[in-house]
Design a protein around this ligand. Structure first.
Ligand code: GA4
Length: 375
């Protein structure tokens, strides 16, 4: 189950590329049956030891909902700007263009941010049932958008169900790998109908047309002027910043994108110094990263990885990210099993609602979890 051509990575000797690779361990069922415990240890190791990130292939999410979602969202982003803006501004959910959050961060992208909490089974929406609150962001819009949104949301719901299942499987593996008494502790946090999970769909214009896009005033929003001050210079040596450096605040994020590169993660290199590592695009895979809440719950054993998107390609990048989050009132506190004499309690208890208030008051790149550290 480890590819023969590639040595099995170890924490100390692996190259950066190898460290991203847990994928072949992630062959459902097969690995579990053959090497009970091996997969959970691999996944826990990838999410800890300063990585916080891995690529899952053979994940079992059927390609059809993903493909349908991609074409539905590509159709959305192809709408005239005025139509799209009717679903915005993101407050924080809805359609957004270039502006990220409320404190002046900008990126070279447009996006949709939607609720992704599980629909109660009896009212699960379908093409003929009324749209859930998740759809309401569109319903302030035209009849055209109304019809469009019903179709889009049937597709979105199907996709979310499939991705949530994968998130739960990964979280259960982590529970197992970390030796928790209740191995399903993490997955139970994200399955309630009041979970605060989100779906983000990002559309990065081709970097060679960004200039044109600016002039066409595609976004037509006053607050969207990209300045040096607002994101530390919207340009790196390697390209334009699509989405600036940050860690994800939630429990776990599952990203899927088309075949256009752009994602970079900040990982320690062989000398232990941090370096940006370009993640090669793989449309058939999910890129999984630990969020701040999981780092806090595991008392820092799992790491919330910093990442960013740099626009370099001459083709648009489309990515869809599922952010698995608990209900707002959930108390986040390091689990007893993760506190030891060599790893004493690192974070004070807080609720997800409290964390969210803090994160929205700060800039994108802020190391917000540090504010909850015990001195
Ligand atoms: C980063 C991860 C998710 O994309 C997101 C982002 C959110 C937003 O775009 O509204 C935030 C950002 C993200 C963290 C700090 C705050 C909030 C923008 C921002 C400046 C949807 C999320 O949950 O947190």
């Amino acid at each position: 189950w480890w590819p023969r051509r590639r040595p099995r990575p170890t924490a100390r000797s692996s190259s950066a590329e190898e460290r991203l690779v847990v994928e072949d361990a992630y062959r459902r069922g097969h690995v579990r049956a053959a090497w009970p415990g091996a997969l959970s240890r691999q996944v826990a190791r990838a999410c800890g030891e300063q990585h916080g990130f891995f690529r899952a292939v053979g994940h079992g999410v059927p390609p059809a909902p993903a493909a349908m979602l991609d074409s539905a969202t590509a159709a959305f982003f192809a709408l005239p700007p005025a139509e799209k803006q009717r679903a915005g501004p993101p407050s924080p959910l809805g359609y957004g263009c270039r502006s990220i959050g409320f404190n002046g961060d900008v990126g070279e992208l447009e996006y949709l941010l939607l609720h992704a909490n599980p629909a109660p089974s009896r009212t699960r929406p379908g093409p003929s049932t009324p749209p859930t609150p998740r759809a309401s962001v569109y319903l302030r819009t035209s009849y055209y958008m109304y019809t469009y949104s019903i179709n889009l949301f049937a597709v979105v719901n199907e996709y979310i169900e499939a991705v949530r299942q994968l998130a739960c499987e990964i979280l259960d593996l982590l529970g197992e790998g970390l030796g928790l008494k209740d191995t399903r502790y993490f997955s139970k946090l994200i399955t309630g109908t009041d979970s605060d999970s989100l779906l983000r769909i990002n559309h990065y214009p081709p970097s060679c047309t960004i200039h044109k896009l600016d002039h066409d005033d595609q976004c037509k929003m006053k607050s969207l002027v990209s300045t040096k001050a607002s994101n530390g210079g919207n340009q790196t040596a390697a390209g334009r910043v699509g989405f600036g450096e940050h860690s994800d605040p939630q429990i776990l994020s599952l990203l899927r994108a088309n075949d256009v590169d752009g994602l970079q993660v900040l990982l320690p290199d062989r000398d232990g110094k941090e370096a940006w590592l370009q993640v090669p695009a793989d449309p058939s895979a999910f890129f999984v990263n630990v969020g701040d809440l999981l780092q806090a719950l595991t008392n820092g054993r799992l790491i919330s990885v910093r990442h960013r998107v740099i626009a370099t390609a001459c083709r648009p990048r489309l990515s869809t990210i599922y952010f698995a989050a608990p209900p707002l009132h959930t108390r986040i506190c390091p689990l007893a099993e993760t506190i030891t004499t060599s790893n004493p309690r690192k974070y004070r208890p807080f609720t997800w609602a409290e964390y969210k208030t803090t994160m929205y008051s700060l800039r994108l790149s802020h190391s917000r979890l540090d504010l909850f550290k015990i001195d």
